[in-house]
Write a protein that binds this ligand. Structure first.
Ligand code: COA
Length: 144
């Protein structure tokens, strides 16, 4: 962990960060293109964090704060770098920043069957809620 640096997502990161997400098993979706990431960072200053180890991306965590709740996205650590505490550190950094903004509650989505992700969220203090997610596409998804 001592060789890991944490910094804000920047415009130049687009291709590298999408490659990183694919390596972590995250599908690239609407919201992950350069324009969307730039809009996200502009609306959420300090809440899109990249972890780097000797200039290699090893982790990411994004939080969107809407004034009522915050939602976490793309909390991910490279498969070769897991269980070093990087995921926990990223989440704690976002929690600290969100607390400073007055955010009372953080939400996130875990896909069905992602037992390891669920174990991680439990370990870092998140409770499973008895909710079901509904969603609607407002524009057609571009092919992956
Ligand atoms: C989930 C993820 C971000 C965890 O990152 P990480 O850096 O390995 O997590 P940490 O090292 O900070 O782990 C903190 C604690 O979470 C728990 N934990 C983490 N991964 C776990 C796993 N695979 N199985 C069981 N518990 C786990 C442990 O209690 C761990 O503490 P310990 O190592 O001292 O036992 C990472 O596995 C990942 O990127 N997964 C794929 C993407 C994903 O599912 N993201 C979550 C989206 S909802």
């Amino acid at each position: 962990m001592e060789s890991v640096d944490f910094r804000e997502l920047a415009g130049r990161d687009g291709d590298r960060v999408r490659t990183f997400w694919l390596a972590c098993g995250i599908r690239i979706r609407p919201g992950d293109d350069d324009a969307s990431l730039a809009a996200f960072s502009e609306r959420n200053p300090g809440l899109a964090i990249i972890a780097e180890d000797r200039a290699r991306i090893v982790g990411t965590a994004l939080a969107g704060w809407d004034g009522r709740r915050a939602w976490l996205y793309h909390v991910a650590v490279h498969p070769d770098e897991r269980r070093r505490g990087i995921g926990r550190t990223l989440v704690r950094m976002l929690e600290q920043r969100l607390t400073g903004l007055g955010c009372p509650k953080i939400n996130l989505i875990v896909w069905q069957g992602e037992e390891r992700a669920m174990a991680f969220w439990s370990a870092v203090g998140y409770a499973r809620e008895d909710t079901v997610e509904f969603a609607k596409q407002l524009r057609a998804q571009t092919p992956d």
